[in-house]
Ligand binder design. Sequence first.
Ligand code: NOJ
Ligand code: CA
Length: 551
Amino acid sequence: MTSTSHAQLPVDDATWWRQAAVYQIYPRSFADANGDGIGDLRGIISRVPYLQGLGIDAVWLSPFYPSALADGGYDVADYRDVDPRIGTLDEFDEMVAALHGAGIRVIVDIVPNHSSDDHVWFQEALAAAPGSPERARYIFRDGLGADGSKPPADWTSMFGGPSWTRVPDGQWYLHLFAKEQPDFNWDNEEVRADFRQTLRFWSDRGVDGFRIDVAHGLTKELGESLPSQAEIDAITEPGAHPLWDRDEVHEIYADWRKVFDEYTPPRIAVAEAWVSTPRRPRYASAEGLGQAFNFDLLEADFDAEQFRTIIADNLALSAASGSSTTWVFSNHDVVRHATRYALPPRNGSTVKQGQKWLLSGGTQPVADVELGLRRARAATLLMLGLPGSAYLYQGEELGLPEVADIPAAERQDPAFFRNPGVDIGRDGCRVPLPWTREGTSLGFGPDGAHLPQPQGFGALSVEAQDGAPGSTLELYRAALALRHELRAAETLDWVRSPADVLHLARPGGWHVVTNFGTHAVPLPDGEVVLTSGPLAGTQLPSSTTAWIRTV
Ligand code: NOJ
Ligand code: CA
């Protein structure tokens, strides 16, 4: 494939993100160039033509920084370097140039709530005395009880187990995630200055934007005596929680906005903030990060009414904040949507990070694989027809299922280890991609893969689907190419339709129609341009989306 010029990335386009299709790369599992079983930057470089052919506007790279991998790289030991197992800074520059040359922007992940316990600052904190400036960059406390042997509070971490861990001199430090992920103290000016430096470091290297991990964490309100977990759980007033979604966090993002705006075009940011829908716009405001993930569709069942409400509410919210909305069905933290939709509906139970409701041991409940994929394709074609930006996760363009049967000995996710018998963790959506039908690691690399690929992955490989009519890969390619026309304006109109059907009209005579019901329905008038599955004559079958053009 020929590479295109940088002219595709005009510097004066400050709005490129508003309706972008962003493809998430989980670097360790994307492509491995050197055969050590771990995906790397050279692997990404080698797949730039594939990404260009897919038709995405940007990639978001999950962390590739030096890390002990206690949490898949979200335990960062050095924010301004590349893990030697993944590559070098020179290779990073080469990768950015190759992606930009292909007309693809680059978003990197910033993890500001916590570092790795290997980070030089945490090591300095451990070596220093209680009360020292080194400890003040993190959140250290004395324990309770006469000898301080009880944690300062009984809080449970996001991955299960306690949130406080004791260090040899008797003090305790806070970690809302794994114990290898100590939380920073964001009241500390050194911490703030260091993250500004990190944002400039990557911006100077040509990075176009940032995905902000746990954006609703960072600032905490910890008085002298800490509330109990039960007291915290009882708090319902927005903004009153001592650990999450504090109003003060927006001061940090206002400060970062100044850094983003030092660049042309301004660097963009998207908040990963698991907050209630009404609290989301502030993260997405133009004075703050500019955009925020909206996980509402990801948490919904395949259900017309749920989708209708979520789409309408989020378009209204984003109009109010001036941002564009975001849509996402899959990422590295949740069960892949081809499998989610193959399981019984969850009826409102939420998808918690690290707590998958799925498939104990891969057998219960039994998944209807064919139905799951059919619905996933319909849902994705609907999503790609909506205004706003669409975040796609590597492998969903192949219709990959969640891999449920990874043996315990090969699992890596701390959520698995911290919740024995309760939570199988997130490894099942992080299995290395199949690029070819055959071969050790199915073309992921010249040798093995760091997580085992299941039987049947080869048949879903890029090689197997490339050019195959009706394949999921060709569906994504066709939809992403057409989307450039369809996203001319950020508006949509609802067209009257049966209760189980959503019918949206977009500018330019485009119509997006999804049948969530169990019976085929008549197709509206117009030229059928693309469908997520075969039609039944002039009928739109169950669990199918059609893009129709009337002019
Ligand atoms: C959200 C990330 O997406 C997830 O993978 C990670 O475990 C937590 N934040 C902690 O950094
Ligand atoms: Ca490698």
